[in-house]
Design a protein around this ligand. Structure first.
Ligand SMILES: C[S@@+](CC[C@H](N)C(=O)[O-])C[C@H]1O[C@@H](n2cnc3c(N)ncnc32)[C@H](O)[C@@H]1O
Length: 259
């Protein structure tokens, strides 16, 4: 069975290495609303810099990005559509960043990078790292795969039942919040059906909220695409219960104090 580092180096590589530079509407709204262009900004799990280059085009001046796949960082550094060196790119792992304490005003964890950390202990290390490198008064925008939303679909509930059966037969006690990649490299991933694939971790809303607050952040808003399009972020996850949901949950967090 492969892991997500290998998946991003192989089957998913081209998709993120050569992603067109753009911001999704949800991302554009969140950055416009919660970020400032002159603040020192880091994207963790940047791949080849899709988001950072879009922000540079919008006038952001102090941009940094890292990814744990060195091949993405090579592509990012060679890009012809940015001034060489105008965005600083490094190979770093979200679970053990080497940036100095309190060195960024704004942090970006979109593209569900936290969900891609499949090992529970490693995932737990990513939150204190996020908090450590953020300045007091700083802002973090995070997106994760949203289990509550996914389980609203009958098809996915049936698949979860199937997965439980497969896991029971193989003695695997893992929760169905660990879901195998259903598609890879744009194709159906048949290995998912027999649970022989790399997996992503799908968070419950209260769980990701709790993880962020347990390290010291104050979560000031959350929502999925429909809420963000309606410009109505919620100040607690219960507010989402009766809403139409999509399967990516965005959260905006503040580190208390002043920079
Ligand atoms: C779905 S891609 C999103 C890329 C980019 N954030 C975007 O939205 O365009 C997820 C990225 O997270 C990176 N990643 C996953 N786990 C990581 C980790 N532990 N540390 C650093 N990067 C990681 C992957 O290599 C991949 O580039």
């Amino acid at each position: 069975m492969s892991d997500n580092h290998t998946v991003y180096q192989t089957t998913e590589f081209a998709k993120w290495a050569y992603a067109p530079v753009h911001l999704m509407n949800q991302e554009a709204y969140l950055f416009n609303t919660y970020f400032e262009k002159d603040r020192r900004t880091l994207e963790v799990g940047t791949a080849s810099g899709r988001v950072l280059i879009a922000l540079q085009k919008l006038g952001y001046t102090d941009l940094h990005g890292c990814d744990f796949v060195p091949e993405y960082i090579e592509v990012a550094k060679q890009r012809k559509d940015i001034e060489p060196g105008s965005i600083e790119f490094q190979v770093q792992d979200a679970t053990e960043l080497t940036y100095a304490d309190e060195s960024f005003d704004q942090l970006i964890y979109v593209g569900q990078i936290i969900s891609a950390i499949e090992n529970a202990e490693a995932r737990k290390r990513a939150f204190p790292e996020m908090y450590r490198v953020c300045r007091p008064g700083g802002t973090v925008i995070v997106s994760v795969l949203f289990y509550d939303a996914r389980m609203r679909s009958i098809g996915h509930r049936v698949f979860a039942l199937w997965l439980r059966l497969v896991r029971a037969l193989t003695g695997n006690k893992e929760s169905t919040q660990y879901l195998p990649w259903m598609r890879q490299g744009g194709k159906l991933n048949l290995a998912a059906l027999v649970d022989r694939s790399a997996r992503n971790y799908w968070f419950r809303g209260a769980e990701i909220w709790g993880e962020l607050e347990s390290v010291g952040f104050k979560v000031i808003g959350c929502g999925t695409k429909p809420q963000i399009e309606a410009r109505q972020l919620y100040t607690n996850v219960d507010g989402l219960t009766r809403q139409e949901l999509s399967t990516v949950l965005y959260l905006v967090c503040k580190k208390t104090g002043t920079a």
